[in-house]
Design a protein around this ligand. Structure first.
Ligand code: CMC
Length: 428
C-alpha cells in the first residue's frame, strides 16, 4: 500500500506538488499553491453542478448509486419502510439513533403539540388566488413563519434550533392541507392531536364532516414519507445548507429548499410524470413517445427516469411499486399504472436507456399512488416537501455544528469583458 498522497506535476512550470488524500478526496484549497507565476491566483477546480465535489462531511444518509443502496444513519431504507414509521425515521435522521419507547413518546408528543398555526397564517393563506399552486403557497407561508418566530434567528442556540425543528416538522402537514383546501374552496380543518402524523394529515386534507382514516392509506403514506425523508446533498438540501450557511433562521432556509424542490427536475418530477402519462394516454402510444424522447436530443425526457446518483433501479421506486398494489386494493386501480408499467418495460429494454443507465426513480410510481389516494397533481411536490423537511433540518443542524463549515461561496471563472471606460447614455 502506497502513501495517502497525490503527486501533481504542473507541466507549465515543471514543479511537483504532493497533496494529502483523506477520505477519498483531496482538498480543493490544496491546489491553490499551484501557480504558473508569482502573481497567479493559484489553481482552482471547475465543477459546474458539483458533479464531483463533496461540499460537506455528513453522517446522515448513505447512497451507493451503482448498487442501488440507500441507508439512513446506517439503516437500510427497506427495513425502515417495512417496520418503522415516519416520526421514528425523522427522529433517527435528526438524532443519529432510533428512539427508545420513552424517547419516541416524547418526540411524538412534541411534534403533535406544535401542529397548530397562528390564526394570522390562515388569513395570509386566504389572500392567495384561488388557483395558486399549493407549492408556491407552502413556500411563501413557511418563509412567513420566520416572522412569527423571530427568536429562530438565534441559530447557534441548540435548544432554540430544536424548538424550530419541532415546529417545522409539526406544521408542514397543516400548511400543506390548508393550501389544498384553499385551492378547492373548502374550510380549513384544524389538526386532531389524537391521530398519527399521517392520519391527521389525511383528515385535514379530505375531511368534509365525519372522516375515518383508512389504515391502509395511512400506512402507505407513512412508507412514502419514510422514503422521501432524506437523500443527502441533492439540489434542495444544498439550497438548505447554502442558504443556512448565511446563519439566517431555518424557516427562511427551508423556504429556499422548498423553492429548489419545486423545480420539474427535482421534486416537481412526480407531477410531470402524471402529466406525461396522461398525455401518452394509452399503451399503444408508448413507442411513439419513446421515439420522441430518443430523437429530441435530451429535450423531451421520460419523466421519473434517470438520477444523478443512481445508475441502477432507485431502491425507493422498488418499494413504492410494491405498495401501489396495496393502495389499489382500497382505491381501485389507477388506469395510468398500466401505462407506467409498460413504459418501464419498454424503456428498460431499449438501448438508449440501458446505455445511459436510466432507471425509474422515486417519482415514477409515487404520483400514481398519490392520485389514487385522492391527492390532486398540484399537491405532489408538496407531498415530497412534508417529509423532506426532517432531512433538510437534520442537514442544517449538522452543518451548524460543523466547525469546518462557513458561509457558502463558490468561485467562478470570469470570461466577461476586460476593464473598459463608461460611455454616457447619449454618446452610445
Ligand atoms: N429521459 C431521457 N433521457 C434522459 C433522461 C430522461 N429522464 N435523463 C437523462 N437522460 C439522458 C440525457 O439526455 C443525457 O443524454 P446524452 O448523454 O446523450 O446527452 C444522459 O441521459 C445523461 O443525462 P444528464 O442530464 O446529464 O444526467 P443528470 O445526472 O444531469 O440528470 C436528472 C439527472 C434526474 C435531472 C435527469 O435524469 C432527468 O432530467 N430526469 C427526469 C426528471 C426526473 O425524473 N427527476 C427526478 C429525480 S429523482 C427525485 C429527486 O431527487 O428530485
Amino acid at each position: 500500500m502506497g502513501k495517502d498522497t497525490l503527486t501533481i506535476t504542473d507541466n507549465r512550470t515543471g514543479k511537483s506538488y504532493e497533496v494529502p488524500i483523506s477520505l477519498g478526496t483531496i482538498k480543493a484549497m490544496d491546489l491553490r499553491q499551484i501557480k504558473a507565476s508569482d502573481d497567479d491566483f493559484g489553481l482552482m477546480t471547475y465543477d459546474p453542478a458539483f458533479t464531483n465535489t463533496a461540499s460537506c462531511k455528513s453522517r446522515i444518509t448513505f447512497i451507493d448509486g451503482d448498487k442501488g443502496i440507500l441507508n439512513y444513519r446506517g439503516y437500510p431504507i427497506e427495513q425502515l419502510a417495512e417496520q418503522g414509521d415516519y416520526l421514528e425515521t425523522a427522529y433517527l435522521i435528526l438524532n443519529g439513533e432510533l428512539p427508545t419507547r420513552p424517547q419516541y413518546d416524547a418526540w411524538a408528543y412534541n411534534i403533535t403539540h406544535h401542529t397548530m398555526v397562528h390564526e394570522n397564517i390562515k388569513e395570509l393563506m386566504g389572500a392567495f388566488r384561488y388557483d395558486a399552486h399549493p407549492m408556491g403557497m407552502l413556500m411563501s407561508t413557511v418563509a412567513a413563519l420566520s416572522t412569527f418566530y423571530p427568536e429562530a434567528r438565534h441559530v447557534h442556540d441548540r435548544q432554540n434550533r430544536q424548538n424550530q425543528i419541532f415546529r417545522l416538522i409539526a406544521k408542514m402537514p397543516t400548511l400543506a392541507a390548508f393550501a389544498y383546501r384553499h385551492s378547492v374552496g373548502l374550510h380549513f380543518v384544524y389538526p386532531d392531536n389524537d391521530l398519527s402524523y399521517c392520519g391527521n394529515f389525511l383528515r385535514m386534507m379530505f375531511s368534509v364532516g365525519k372522516y375515518d382514516v383508512n389504515p391502509v392509506l395511512e400506512r402507505a403514506l407513512e412508507v412514502l414519507f419514510i422514503l422521501h425523508a432524506d437523500h443527502e446533498q441533492n439540489c434542495s438540501t444544498s439550497a438548505m445548507r447554502g442558504v443556512g450557511s448565511s446563519e439566517v433562521d431555518p424557516y427562511s432556509s427551508t423556504a429556499a429548499a422548498i423553492a429548489a424542490l419545486y423545480g420539474p427536475l427535482h421534486g416537481g418530477a412526480n407531477e410531470m410524470v402524471l402529466r406525461m402519462l396522461k398525455e401518452i394516454g394509452s399503451k399503444d402510444h408508448i413507442p411513439a413517445f419513446i421515439k420522441d424522447v430518443k430523437e429530441s436530443g435530451g429535450e423531451v425526457r421520460l419523466m421519473g427516469f434517470g438520477h444523478r446518483v443512481y445508475k441502477n433501479y432507485d431502491p425507493r421506486a422498488k418499494i413504492i411499486k410494491r405498495i401501489a398494489e396495496e393502495v389499489f386494493e382500497v382505491t381501485g386501480k389507477n388506469p395510468l399504472l398500466e401505462i407506467a408499467v409498460e413504459l418501464e418495460r419498454i424503456a428498460l429494454s431499449d438501448e438508449y436507456f440501458v446505455k445511459r443507465k436510466l432507471y425509474p426513480n422515486v417519482d415514477f410510481y409515487s404520483g400514481i399512488i398519490y392520485q389514487a389516494m385522492g391527492f390532486p397533481v398540484d399537491m405532489f411536490p408538496v407531498l415530497f416537501a412534508i417529509p423532506r423537511v426532517s432531512g433538510w433540518l437534520s442537514q442544517w443542524n449538522e452543518m451548524m455544528d460543523d466547525k469546518e463549515q462557513k458561509i457558502a461561496r463558490p468561485r467562478q471563472i470570469y470570461l466577461g469583458a476586460d476593464r473598459r471606460e463608461y460611455v454616457p447614455l447619449d454618446k452610445r
